[in-house]
Ligand binder design. Structure first.
Ligand code: T5A
Length: 212
């Protein structure tokens, strides 16, 4: 692939949206991106046109009548299949850079560790949906489950965010293991915004300035 694929992961409210905003202002001025390349900000679920409808189906459906765990898993992969074919793959083939708010790691953490779906099932789907798409670098923004709930207390919770502390603890544990297994960059995200942005920027300079 000619382009670069950057992913931010973490439990709800860990600061991905905030850091992606900072990053999308810094990256074009960083000298890392070729002048003729575009920087695309995207997210999962909901990075494509159809994906926005899938996002709504997953997150905003009737909390009293939720999808089964397997249905939920397949909806996340339907979103990802569409996201890859319509947004990620064309961008990377054209030499553009992508920053995605969540990708496959979220499915392993939330549906695998959170919902207890067999990780082998998730890995099989992963091989079908994204055989050749791997992020160049993934950041785990690390906060505690208690901090996650505190940060979101004035916001209306979607269906997944309403799962509560015990679910979030399992997801958080999953993220730690996945990050270590896959050599993600782990950033302590309870610090001040500037120091978090600086750590992300330093990792990107170290990773990409040598590859230019
Ligand atoms: N999901 C997703 C799955 O279950 N499986 C999957 O495969 C995928 C892809 C997606 C939901 O779907 C689940 C995970 C999610 O539950 P979403 O809209 O992407 O939903 O939800 P979140 O990722 O939870 O989005 P949030 O906007 O809630 O969290 P962010 O983007 O991580 O955090 P952000 O930047 O909005 O910050 C949250 C609050 O904290 C403050 C901000 O100002 C804001 O108020 N903040 C800080 N406060 C103090 N110190 C800092 N350093 C701070 N940084 C930010």
């Amino acid at each position: 692939m000619k382009g670069k694929f950057i992913v931010l992961e973490g439990i709800d409210g860990c600061g991905k949206t905030t850091q992606i905003k900072e990053l999308s202002e810094w990256l074009p001025k960083s000298g890392l991106i070729n002048k003729n390349a575009t920087l695309i900000k995207t997210r999962e679920p909901g990075g494509s046109i159809l994906g926005r409808e899938i996002r709504d189906m997953i997150l905003n459906n009737d909390k009293a009548n939720p999808p089964s765990n397997l249905t939920e898993l397949l909806l996340y992969y339907a979103d990802r299949a569409e996201h890859i074919s319509k947004i990620i793959l064309p961008a990377l083939q054209n030499g553009n850079w992508i920053i995605s708010d969540r990708f496959s790691g979220s499915t392993l953490a939330y549906q695998g560790y959170g919902r207890d779906i067999d990780v082998d099932i998730i890995k099989k789907l992963e091989n079908i949906v994204c055989p050749n798409i791997k992020p160049d670098i993934t950041f785990l923004l690390q906060i505690s489950p208690e901090e996650s709930i505190k940060r979101r207390q004035n916001k209306v919770a979607d269906r997944i965010e309403s799962e509560g502390l015990e679910f979030l603890k399992k997801v958080n544990h999953g993220f730690q293991l996945i990050a270590l297994e896959n050599n993600w960059k782990i950033i302590k995200a309870s610090k001040d915004l500037k120091s978090i942005s600086q750590q992300i920027q330093t990792s990107l300079i170290n990773k990409f300035s040598l590859n230019k």
